[in-house]
Design a binder for this molecule. Sequence first.
Ligand code: ADP
Ligand code: MG
Length: 297
Amino acid sequence: ATMPPLLSAIANAGRHGVLVKSAVVMERLGQVDTVALDKTGTLTEGAPQVTAVRPLPGADRDEESLLTWAAAAEHPSEHPLARAIVAAARARGLFLPAAEEFAASPGTGVRATVGATRIDVGAPARLLPAGHPAAAEIGALVTELEDGGQTAVLVLRDGAPAGVLGIADRLRPGAAATVAALRTLTGRAPMLVTGDNPRAAARLATEVGITDVRAGLLPQDKVGAVREQETAGRRVLVVGDGVNDAPALAAAHTGIAMGRAGSDLALETADAVIVRDELATVPAVITLSRAARRLVT
Ligand code: ADP
Ligand code: MG
C-alpha cells in the first residue's frame, strides 16, 4: 500500500530533522497563519556567554565572589542563562558551594540558599522593587548593558543587590531568512514573544525583521498573547524552547519546541520537536503540511 500523504509528510519532516508527533499535528501545521517566536534559545542559539561581571561597591564584592554566589544558586537550573553563569564560574576555576532550597520562577529567575545566604538571580525589573535606594545606580548599569544588546541579570544576597551580570547570545544563523520565509508563507510577519527586557528584545527584533515585539512577558503573558491572536480568528504557531514557553506551546493551535537545548517540559508539551536545531525547518514543515493536505481528500 502507498503511505497516506500525512504519514509520508511525517517521515519527510523526520528527514528534515523535525519530529512531528501525530498525523493531526502534521495537518494542523499547514493551517497556521500567525507565528509567535520566543527569543532566547529560539531566535538565538541558546548558548549565551557571560560578557560582563559588575559587582556593586561594598565589602566582599569582587567579581569572583559575585560569580561564585550567582553560579552556586544557578547550578540546579537548566535555563540557558544559568548554564552561561555556571560555565563562566568554571572557566575561572571557582569552587561552587552547594545550593539548597532551589526554586525557579519561569520568566523571572531563581532563588536558592547557599550556606546561610539567600541568593536571588534574575530579571532586574522583577527582583528590584521600584524605589529601592540602589535603584538608580543599578538602573544605569542595566541600561548600559542592555543598550549593548546584553541581557542584564541582577544578583541579590539576602535581598540586598550585590551586582549585575551581562550575558549575550548569538543570533542563530539564518534567523532573518526564516522570519522572511514565515512572513511569505503566512502573509503576516511573525511576532516576538519574550521574557527578556524590551531593550534587548527590540534590538534583536530589528536584526531579524520583526516589528511586533512583546517583551518582559511571564509564561502566562505568552499565553495571553496567543489567546489575543486566536480570539481575533488567527491560528497561531508558537516556537519556543523553555519551561516558560510550555503554557503558550499548549495553548496555541500548534507548538514546536527547539529540541537540542530545549527544556523537557517544552519537548513534552509541544506538538512537534525540532531535533536538528535548525530554525529553517519551521517554514519547511509548514510547506510539507500544505503539500500533504492538498493530497488528502
Ligand atoms: P525568553 O522568553 O526570551 O526565552 P525567559 O522567559 O526564559 O526568556 O527569561 C526571561 C528573563 O527572566 C531573562 O531575560 C532573565 O532576566 C530572567 N530569568 C529567567 N530565568 C533565569 C535564570 N535561571 N537566571 C537568571 N535570570 C533568569
Ligand atoms: Mg527561550
